[in-house]
Design a protein. Structure first.
Ligand code: 8YV
Length: 338
């Protein structure tokens, strides 16, 4: 029997990370790489010290209360922790860590790419050529999109990722508006020339592009409700690389279908019963760009996320404060997503 920490990893991770984990820990990886059921997680955790979880693991109060006593740490591979019932974790005396910062820039890049792709009809431009297997040739009026420069961007949630998006957007000549729990200090707002709104409804009425960068918590769940979406300008675009539950997806679909919104780019969407066929139809009609939770999907980010998980586990097992320990005073995630 080794004294190495015993860990269960619920999904496959980059090979270099799995290899490093295997040298440092007694590592049990879910080779099948399919989302484990609660009972699979529980049986896999027998005799383990650490659960390495991802966003696809639903770690609700029931699971937490049934954990073997040996499990003291949940080390999330990822930034958002809305799959974990943190209150139940605190009650059970567990430590929970995540991997912030390392995916900030890549996620902001993807949001910005989508922001450009929507008004400039980037995806449509390729699709037309593939469909026709030919190009009708250039004309002064073909494939006209809309200019990004001078438009107003409204960022919902000005944390690390929102700020990184604002920095990029400045370079494209967008004016920056943001709604956040707290106003950012002048040092952040100043260089970005960002305008703070304490009234989200009012900001939504003003901006041309809305981009969501808030964690999913009890307060932000459905933050873009049908009533809020209705306040957006009819020629406005929406970008969501955060979480599907932040918005009323059926309402968004209806607004796009009836021309009450210009378009949307969704890296996250309700997939509980598959992708909504009406959303797919909108994507086919090039009113919507759909990507499958790719915003942080770079090899570099995944490796750095894995390294952060390793650092958190080692610190914890050595009796130190893990660098990315979550604290009970953070906003409660909207736990136990279904
Ligand atoms: C990750 C994410 O792919 O970190 C997050 O919050 O949404 C994604 O970028 C996922 O969390 C991995 O668990």
């Amino acid at each position: 029997t080794s004294s190495k920490p015993k860990i269960l990893v619920t999904r496959r991770l980059p090979a270099s990370i799995e290899a490093r984990m295997a040298t440092l820990f007694e590592t049990d990886v879910n080779e099948a790489d399919q989302t484990l059921t609660a009972s699979d997680i529980l049986s896999g955790l027998a005799g383990k010290d650490v659960l390495v979880s991802t966003i696809t693991d639903r770690i609700d109060a029931g699971l937490i209360e049934s954990l073997p006593a040996s499990v003291r740490l949940i080390a999330q591979f990822g930034n958002g922790v809305d799959n974990i019932d943190l209150e139940a974790a605190w009650r059970a005396g567990l430590t929970v860590t995540n991997t912030p910062s390392v995916l900030t820039e890549d996620t902001a890049d993807m949001a910005t790419a989508l922001m450009l792709a929507l008004p400039r009809r980037l995806v449509e431009g390729t699709q037309i050529l593939l469909r026709d297997r030919a190009w009708a040739g250039w004309s002064p009026t073909s494939m006209l999109g809309h200019r990004l420069r001078s438009k107003a961007l409204g960022i919902v949630g000005m944390g690390r990722i929102g700020t990184a998006v604002a920095q990029r957007a400045r370079a494209f000549g967008l004016t920056i508006h943001y709604y956040s729990r707290n106003r950012r200090p002048q040092g952040v707002e100043g260089p970005l020339e960002a305008t703070y709104w304490d009234d989200l409804d009012a900001m939504l009425e003003t901006v041309d592009i809305v981009s969501l960068h808030t964690p999913l918590t009890r307060d932000t769940s459905d933050i873009l409700s049908a009533a809020r979406l209705a306040r957006m300008k009819p020629d406005a675009y929406l970008v969501n690389v955060s979480r599907p539950e932040l918005l009323d997806e059926p309402a968004l679909i209806a607004f796009l279908e009836t021309g009450r919104l210009a378009g949307a780019a969704l890296d996250v969407f309700d997939n509980r019963h598959g992708i909504n066929p009406r959303l797919l139809a909108l994507a086919e009609a090039n009113r919507v760009i759909l990507t499958g939770h790719m915003a942080s999907a770079t090899l570099e980010a995944r490796i750095e996320m894995g390294e952060a998980v390793i650092v958190n586990i080692r610190a914890f097992m050595d009796g130190h404060q893990p660098p990315h320990r979550l604290l009970p005073d953070m906003p409660q995630p909207r736990a136990a997503r279904g």
